[in-house]
Design a protein around this ligand. Structure first.
Ligand code: ATP
Length: 283
């Protein structure tokens, strides 16, 4: 990042607005970026919290990943501010996460419309990550943000990793706090992460959507959910989820990663479904 001077934003060009989100490591504020040509851009400013200064390296690693990405289904990094506090300046995705949106608008949502479009856009962004040899490792509804009702974007690259050349998976070291309920069996058993383990998490993410924001495996702890999966059990079909979508989820949760669909296949499926739905809805 240091080499890419044009990515650095001085603190004097930023005005901090209201707090819009809080994660484990960072606080996110709405803000204004004062451009060199005198114009202003509304942005999201993600700030590493004081008590999390030990995680400076991982915060910078997240920025390093995001800086390489340029896709309409992925939240864009506009630049980084090195101090006084460490900040990532991102495109503002104003409607917040799909979980927040579903919570506030559940009565107006048509699952055959919004959810299929969001699922197609997530698959599209994930397919781009796959092309760029990256694994996300934290794909979950809480990390999908909405620019508008029809525009979902993947965020939170805090756990993402580049795959080495020739390696089809990334081997994680021990430790850290893992979102176990979103993880594929090869990830929680052996620490293996690949685009196919992201496909498992994609299945959980769309399950969260179709169940209107329910928590996967309810109150069960991560370890209990794993026992259930190892017994061959899977999350049940959410009431509002059509069988043909649930069949896709079940394929994402195949034990053998080679039996899971690819993101390209998921993209084709959801794009053609949502186009069909859209046209019929509009007629
Ligand atoms: P985690 O605990 O999942 O690691 P984190 O500390 O990395 O979280 P984020 O999840 O990236 O922080 O951000 C926290 C919240 O801030 C998000 O849930 C979202 O509501 C909001 N947010 C993050 N980025 C943006 C953005 N670019 N535009 C609008 N809101 C955002």
């Amino acid at each position: 990042i240091k080499e890419k001077e044009d990515n650095l934003i001085s603190a004097s060009r930023l005005s901090l607005g209201v707090l819009i989100g809080k994660g484990e490591f960072a606080s996110v504020f709405r803000g204004t970026l004062h451009n060199h040509d005198g114009t202003e851009t509304q942005v999201a400013i993600k700030t590493l919290r004081e008590e999390q200064l030990d995680n400076k390296e991982s915060f910078l690693a997240e920025a390093r990943v995001m800086t390489k990405l340029n896709h309409h289904c992925i939240v864009k990094l506009l630049g980084i501010c090195m101090g006084p506090s460490l900040q990532m300046v991102q495109e503002l995705v104003p409607l917040g996460s799909i979980l927040q949106y579903i919570d506030a608008h559940s009565a107006e949502i048509n699952p055959n419309c919004e959810f299929e479009i969001w699922a197609g856009q997530i698959a599209c962004g994930m397919q781009y990550l796959e092309e760029n040899r990256l694994v996300h490792r934290d794909l979950a509804a809480r990390n999908i943000l909405l620019a508008s009702k029809w525009e979902a974007k993947i965020s939170d690259f805090g756990l993402s990793k580049a795959l080495g050349s020739g390696n089809e998976y990334y081997k994680a070291s021990q430790g850290g706090k893992w979102p176990l309920k979103w993880y594929a069996p090869e990830s929680y058993n052996y620490g293996h992460f690949s685009n196919k383990s992201d496909v498992w998490s994609f299945g959980i993410t769309i399950w969260e959507m179709y169940s209107f924001g329910a928590t996967p495996y309810g109150d069960k702890k991560g370890a209990e959910a794993i026992t259930l999966i190892d017994r061959g059990e899977r999350l049940e079909r959410p009431e509002k989820c059509p069988q043909y979508i649930y069949d896709i989820m079940l394929r994402c949760w195949a034990l053998d990663k080679d039996d899971r669909p690819s993101f390209q296949e998921l993209l084709n499926f959801f794009m053609s479904e949502s186009q069909y739905t859209n046209i019929t809805e509009l007629l």
